[in-house]
Ligand binder design. Structure first.
Ligand code: ES4
Ligand code: ZN
Length: 332
């Protein structure tokens, strides 16, 4: 209980979270009703059951997960929807002493179903302003490209973001990795870099050529951060590079079902013991059973046998790697 209280009060930061993945089954059902979007389920319980996919770290898992994630997005239609889901998340941050969060968003699917950039971004950005003012939770946005969608839609998304460039701190790459390696996005990253975005990219857990993808993200895409990246421990020379360059790795010890967690936490323990700048993140708190950062940390501490100082060190890593001006990074 004392350890739980310590974790509950610990000032926290999260660097890897998808706003579309904060949508809980309850919110998805409610927004479907509000927007007249029909979902292929007779009841919310039937929908919940369909989303309960198993075997998280198996090869086909990511694809199946993304299908459910994409279905969830269909209920997001209006500026108000994006305001509501973003502010709901920031309210949970306040309740869990999460002081800073970097929020990824996927413009392509929203644009492709006719939601204008200025609509979804205005909703999210207003929530950011209100969350900082009323909840004391600071946030920043990372525009994420869905790597499995046509490359020209990625360039269109970057073009649509241009008027909002000063309110989007970073640029990332997510969704189905198999068949969509980093090398495919070199030109896109050159463009994003020239426009001044900070750069990150997903190298998801146990993907085909996972280690090669981390190398390519560093050398071809020239990212300063890697999302997930936990397969790096298979390559000692890569570990040396990541450590020397203090590359932040945003690990996600998420689970569904719960017995999938130990294998991820073991590897995060190894990363931590190797002196890598690793952080703990929820990825999709509305979809995974691991939930929000507040519910994630106690079982991770227990499973990884992390002491309170270790858990604090993960949070310090996140504050230090935050895409905030240097004078505002360590004030927490
Ligand atoms: C995602 Cl690759 C991946 N993993 C988890 N959540 C996601 N959202 C979009 N891409
Ligand atoms: Zn992710």
């Amino acid at each position: 209980p004392a350890y739980r209280d310590f974790l509950a009060a610990l000032p926290k930061a999260e660097l890897h979270l998808h706003i579309e993945g904060t949508l809980t089954p309850e919110m998805k059902w409610q927004l479907a009703g509000r927007n007249g979007v029909s979902l292929p389920y007779a009841s919310i319980d039937e929908m919940r059951a369909a989303q309960n996919f198993e075997a998280p770290d198996a090869p086909g898992y990511l694809k199946k997960f993304i299908q459910h994630y994409n279905e969830g997005m269909l209920v997001l239609r209006t500026e108000r929807d994006f305001y509501d889901i973003t502010l709901s998340h920031l309210a949970r941050c306040r309740d869990e002493t999460v002081r800073y969060v970097e929020i990824m968003f996927d413009p392509q699917p929203h644009l492709m179903r006719g939601v204008p950039f200025e609509a979804f971004f205005a909703g999210m950005d207003e929530a950011r302003r209100v969350g900082a003012r009323d909840y004391g939770v600071e946030s920043n946005f990372i525009l994420c490209i869905n790597r499995d969608l046509p490359l020209d839609t990625a360039h269109q998304a970057l073009g649509a973001a241009a008027p909002f460039r000063d309110r989007i701190v970073g640029f990332g790459l997510d969704s189905v990795e198999d068949g969509n390696p980093p090398a495919k996005f070199t030109g896109l990253y050159d463009r994003a870099r020239s426009e001044g975005y900070r750069l990150t990219a997903h190298c998801d857990v146990d993907q085909r050529d996972a280690v090669g993808h981390i190398h390519d993200c560093l050398n071809l895409l020239k990212v300063e951060r890697i999302d997930h990246g936990i397969n790096c421990i298979e390559d000692p020379a890569l570990v040396d590079v990541l450590r020397e360059r203090k590359i932040c790795l945003t690990a996600c010890p998420t689970w569904r079902p719960i017995d999938a967690m130990p294998r991820r936490v073991d590897r995060i323990r190894t990363m931590y013991d190797l002196g890598l700048k690793v952080t703990l993140n929820t990825d999709d708190p509305g979809l995974f059973l691991s939930g929000t950062l507040g519910t994630l940390l106690p079982p991770v501490a227990a499973t990884g046998n992390f002491a309170p100082a270790d858990m604090a060190a993960f949070m310090i890593n996140a504050f230090e790697a935050a895409w905030l001006p240097a004078d505002r990074r360590t004030r927490y």
